[in-house]
Design a protein. Structure first.
Length: 115
């Protein structure tokens, strides 16, 4: 799969949101998640002296703090691969949500299937 145009429109939207979050902040990663109510949450990686979160962890935290009952899908835009802790944060809310991994151009590199 190469490019968000091959994704379902809802999934392409979270890739775009993740990409925008990364670009807006100049962060190493951007991520977005869609909850089971259809709401989306986007975040960039956080690298402070007292707090470090990957973008995916930050997006999941935003969803949880807003009362999201579960997740339908997640996307992360990164130059590498999401780490285990990031994927685990998604799996904490649901084991069935795909994690879409895209590069800086928004091209899908891989989709991590259900656990």
């Amino acid at each position: 799969m190469s490019g968000s145009d091959e994704l379902a429109p809802e999934d392409a939207k979270i890739v775009t949101l993740a990409r925008s979050s990364r670009a807006r902040t100049g962060a190493a990663e951007g991520a977005a998640v869609r909850d089971t109510d259809g709401r989306t949450y986007a975040a960039a990686s956080v690298d402070l002296p007292s707090l470090r979160l990957t973008a995916l962890q930050a997006a999941v935290a935003a969803a949880v703090s807003s009362g999201a009952p579960g997740l339908e899908a997640a996307a992360v835009v990164t130059d590498g691969e999401p780490d285990e802790a990031s994927v685990a944060a998604v799996r904490d809310l649901t084991a069935t949500a795909p994690v879409i991994v895209a590069n800086a151009r928004g091209e899908v590199v891989r989709v991590l299937a259900t656990a």
